[in-house]
Design a protein around this ligand. Structure first.
Ligand code: NAP
Length: 259
């Protein structure tokens, strides 16, 4: 299927590795020019070179912390007017609800709610003006099915879900399509660090922690960044115009629910 977005311009945040990179790669394969971001310069520049070499598109890397106003300003300046926005940032650390301070909550809100809101506020007006735009927010399956130790994530991302529910319906009449993609466990550095935490807390090996988690997933495996990227590219395509304000869970069936 031709996704119909060749020559479009996308900003993909937190995209040197993992799910953000998966999204950038799937868009690159469709001929979309990219601005990509991460904090670490080396991995970011390697990813930019790899994508432009393999797919013949233009890739502008911007090293910045996307959770800060300065980082957002630097990325937005380099991006200019874009057609497609994919918001993403690292997830908060695990912990216990009794221990989280106000500062911990502010950090999580900056990373997983307010940075996405700020990026949408900055880029969607141009999409409205041109009558076409696509936004995908990378959130988490924890929005549907809470993970107690990731309470900072549950809290911040649920706020983003509420924001998108209203905003997406407001902009839909202008040809702007805004949705959230909710990853369950995917095989990335984040999954490695979560499994390392479980292994440590429960006194089991990393492999045991991983096998235990896999046993709760109907597919019997972790997702791949490429699976995730393909779904993202579809939501950024011409064909998504009637998919508005949805929360699409990519979790291999892990959430046991009828709806
Ligand atoms: P990852 O493998 O740890 O990759 C994170 C990417 O984001 C890297 O490129 C990293 O580069 C960049 N990044 C992190 N913090 C950043 C910041 N403040 N500013 C700019 N770039 C930043 O993570 P992932 O697995 O792809 O996860 C992506 C998001 O989905 C996270 O919010 C995660 O919590 C959520 N999620 C993941 C899973 C999963 O199983 N993987 C499940 C549910 C939710 P630098 O470190 O160089 O900045």
């Amino acid at each position: 299927m031709d996704l119909g977005i060749r020559g479009r311009r996308a900003l993909v945040c937190a995209a040197s590795k993992g799910l953000g990179r998966g999204c950038a790669e799937a868009l690159a394969a469709e001929g979309v020019d990219l601005v990509i971001n991460a904090r670490g310069e080396d991995a970011l520049h390697d990813t930019a070179k790899d994508l432009s070499d393999r797919f013949g598109i233009s890739v502008t890397p911007v090293a910045a912390d996307i959770t800060t106003p300065d980082g957002q300003a630097a990325v937005l300046k380099a991006a200019g007017d874009i057609d497609i926005l994919v918001t993403n940032a690292g997830g908060p650390p695990p912990g216990h609800w009794r221990d989280w301070s106000r500062d911990d909550f502010i950090k999580a809100l900056d990373a997983n709610l307010l940075s996405a809101v700020a990026l949408m506020q900055a880029t969607v007006p141009h999409m409205i003006e041109q009558g076409w735009g696509r936004v995908v927010n990378i959130t988490s399956a924890a929005v549907r099915s809470p993970i107690a130790v990731l309470g900072l994530s549950n809290t911040a991302r649920t706020g983003l879900t509420g924001f998108v529910a209203g905003m997406s319906r407001d902009v839909a009449k202008h040809g702007v399509v805004v949705n959230n993609l909710l990853p369950g466990i995917h095989d990335t550095d984040r999954a490695d660090s979560l499994d390392t935490g479980v292994a440590k807390a429960e006194g089991i090996s990393f492999d045991e922690a991983r096998a235990r988690r896999k046993s709760g997933i109907p597919v019997g495996d972790y997702g791949r960044a490429s699976d995730f990227g393909a779904a993202c590219a579809f939501l950024c395509s011409e064909h998504s115009r009637f998919i508005i304000g949805q929360n699409i869970t990519l979790d291999g069936g892990a959430l046991n629910a009828t709806l």
